[in-house]
Design a protein. Structure first.
Length: 232
């Protein structure tokens, strides 16, 4: 438990520094370290267990690698936006590959989550589409794969332990919110404190998804288990 607790504290320290740097232009250069360090640190945390659970954790590592590339591309100007979008598109495919199993599929639950995601996504797309221009096909494809990732995580209910399910699902939903905020800010209207909003939801999302994956197979005790046990 000590290793997981120490890692969790270090990870959120990095995230806090990233948020401070992102909200102050004079510290922007620090983000070239802190932003990619989020996924690098998660990869280092996952790496020791990959040999025991290769299918799940190798795909998680690939998702983190492509997220790392996406983070790097999006740190630069808009000329790298498509590259960043593609990197995160592949990252979501890796997360889908990590979590998907055919036995998870339930037509009823699939219909529920699909309806909920469409209700969420259609108003946002309605605002974005007129402003997207030539980027529209890329955005539509990205939204589709992002929604499939959320569906895949949602459909795990009842097949994995509850904590694993909850952490990964909350993480997937936060990823959806983070990307939605980023898209609205880029294409619709400037959102105050957008870097803090996007990076806080994104940073927590990656942390929860990765811990949800680890707990599914290894039952590792992490920061959440620690607080739960302390409370009981």
């Amino acid at each position: 438990m000590k290793k997981e607790l120490v890692f969790s504290l270090l990870y959120f320290l990095i995230l806090i520094i990233e948020l401070i740097a992102g909200s102050n232009a004079e510290y922007h250069h620090i983000r070239y370290v802190t932003k990619p360090l989020l996924t690098i640190s998660l990869g280092i945390f996952v790496f020791p267990d990959r040999k025991h659970y290769p299918h799940l954790l190798n795909f998680i590592l690939l998702a983190l690698f492509f997220s790392f590339l996406g983070d790097i591309f999006l740190l630069f100007d808009d000329s790298y936006f498509i590259a960043g979008l593609l990197a995160f598109f592949i990252a979501h495919i890796m997360y889908i590959s990590a979590f998907f199993k055919t036995k998870f599929f339930s037509p009823k639950r699939f219909a529920v989550i699909t309806t909920a995601l469409l209700i969420y996504a259609i108003p946002i797309l309605y605002l974005i589409i007129p402003e997207a221009g030539s980027l529209l096909p890329y955005i539509i494809l990205y939204v589709i794969i992002l929604m499939i990732m959320v569906k895949t995580v949602y459909l795990r209910k009842g097949y994995v332990n509850r904590l694993s399910y909850q952490l990964a699902l909350i993480g997937a939903l936060l990823f959806l919110i983070s990307d939605s905020l980023l898209a609205l800010d880029k294409f619709v209207t400037e959102i105050p404190n957008i870097t803090i909003l996007v990076m806080s939801t994104y940073g927590v999302a990656q942390f929860l998804i990765v811990n949800g994956a680890l707990i599914e197979k290894t039952n590792k005790r992490n920061l959440y288990n620690y607080f739960i046990n302390q409370a009981t």
